[in-house]
Design a protein around this ligand. Structure first.
Ligand SMILES: [Zn+2]
Length: 472
């Protein structure tokens, strides 16, 4: 095939190719010889125009595209050292790959463990820049060890590490894993078909504990430790770490079929988790433990009762808990969400009232970010982009599936306008009549108005941001 090499040395990372272009040329020639390609051009984009030899022609990425757009040039294989020589971040990389594909050209990394530029990019780039060198080295060493059949992580329950560092089945625990999948899917997994019923993760953990079965570390089972087993792909023989996936790496404990059934059930159950509930929490890091000063966490606790006539009732209690080791072991610091909310509003009202008095007839206001959910929305979009990108790197989807995300990410950045003014009166009136139909707005006020909320034995202390005061 026709081959074009390309390097962009204008990107600001420590490009050791800079003074090693001869070596790059040798790599291209070697690759081309071994794979039976025909080198047409070696393009380079550099700041140092005088230093490049006649073997190279200067062209930046746009000029590379233009080269292929001219009528008598045929598509070719474009080779680069690795993804950093073409893009500064993952988004730029995907944009460029889409453009290359639209010209019917292909692109490959030839100085990397990952030939596919998306795979390579996932191991070198982030959404906003480069992964740091130590992270890249770590991933390279994982590849190296995996290629030699070595296991680098701890083994999950059901497996142990064999004499050669590979995963082998742990005879003493393999039945627990099969039992969990059997109970969850209702499917007979080997001989484990005792009750012929599908159970949820909570019932499974209760069941295992009642049978005296313990986890690998000898602890009792919890719903989440059962779920950890149910979602672990390792049981199907797949090794997965840091985006690196290897099939048939070790003996299979659970067939792909049953594993997939379990994932379908998990997905269908997750739908019932109310997303609305999650939105109504304070922003991360705002609520601190007044004893150990760590972040407190939001927790939903469901209780189910049966009344006399046999109907069951479900009630949801919302709490803020301190889960730090020093506090949670003794379960000493927690507060009902409703009490916390009431207390915060009360204190803000009081402080605002004080401001009103002391800055009489002056304009008192705060500047809040205009779209409170901007970061959150952006994070969700970025997460979906990365998940889709991983599917593309596994060959499940084509790179064109990412077009839509790129467009939305770019638009989001453009349309983001920064701040709006909120005056004292509007905060006061909003918190005066706590109408929960408008709770999103109340959270917007509290999240932006307070620096810190600390909780100690049901007493709440808040610290609010200083307002801007203007003589009117
Ligand atoms: Zn604490």
């Amino acid at each position: 095939m026709r081959l074009i090499s390309f390097v962009d040395l204008k990107n600001e990372f420590n490009a050791n190719l800079d003074n090693n272009l001869d070596h790059w040329l040798k790599c291209v020639k070697k690759f081309s010889f071994e794979e039976d390609h025909n080198i047409k051009k070696n393009f380079i984009s550099t700041k140092y125009h005088s230093e490049i030899s006649n073997d190279f022609e200067e062209a930046d990425f746009d000029e590379l595209l233009n080269y292929f757009k001219s009528p008598n040039v045929l598509p070719a294989l474009i080779v680069i050292p690795d993804s950093r020589y073409i893009a500064k971040n993952l988004i730029e990389l995907v944009e460029k790959i889409i453009e290359i594909n639209s010209l019917n050209c292909k692109i490959q990394c030839i100085n990397s463990n990952w030939n596919d530029p998306i795979n390579d990019g996932l191991n070198r780039l982030t959404l906003n820049g480069l992964l740091n060198e130590s992270e890249i080295r770590k991933r390279n060493s994982i590849i190296f060890k995996v290629n030699r059949g070595e296991v680098v992580t701890k083994s999950p329950i059901g497996y142990k590490i064999g004499s050669e560092g590979n995963l082998v089945i742990d005879e003493s625990h393999q039945d627990v894993v099969r039992k969990i999948f059997s109970l969850y899917t209702g499917i007979e997994v080997d001989q484990f078909n005792q009750i012929r019923r599908k159970l949820g993760i909570r019932r499974i953990s209760d069941y295992l504990n009642a049978e005296g079965i313990r986890t690998k570390n000898g602890n009792t089972w919890s719903p989440s430790s059962v779920d950890v087993v149910l979602k672990n792909r390792t049981y199907t023989g797949i090794y997965k770490r840091s985006g690196i996936i290897i099939t048939n790496n070790h003996p299979v404990l659970i067939s792909e079929d049953i594993f997939q059934k379990a994932q379908n059930i998990r997905a269908s159950r997750n739908i019932f988790k109310s997303p609305r509930e999650n939105r109504l929490i304070f922003k991360k890091g705002l609520i601190k433990c007044g004893i150990c000063f760590r972040n407190m966490n939001f927790k939903n606790i469901f209780r189910i009762w049966e009344n006399i006539s046999g109907y069951s009732r479900k009630k949801n209690y919302r709490y803020y808990y301190c889960f730090s080791i020093s506090c949670s072991g003794k379960n000493i610091n927690n507060i009902r969400f409703e009490i916390l909310f009431e207390e915060i509003s009360k204190q803000i009202r009081k402080i605002v009232k004080g401001y009103k008095k002391s800055f009489n007839k002056k304009l008192v206001y705060w500047e809040f970010p205009k779209d409170d959910k901007f970061d959150e929305k952006k994070k969700i979009l970025e997460k979906n982009f990365l998940n889709t990108l991983r599917d593309v790197s596994k060959g499940k989807l084509s790179v064109d599936n990412l077009r839509n995300y790129i467009e939305r990410l770019n638009n989001m950045e453009k349309s983001f306008s920064k701040e709006q003014t909120i005056n004292l009166e509007s905060i006061y009136s909003e918190l005066q009549n706590l109408d929960f139909k408008n709770e999103e707005k109340i959270f917007y006020f509290i999240n932006n108005l307070t620096n810190l909320i600390s909780i100690k034995n049901n007493s709440v202390r808040i610290n609010i941001k200083k307002p801007i005061v203007f003589d009117s």
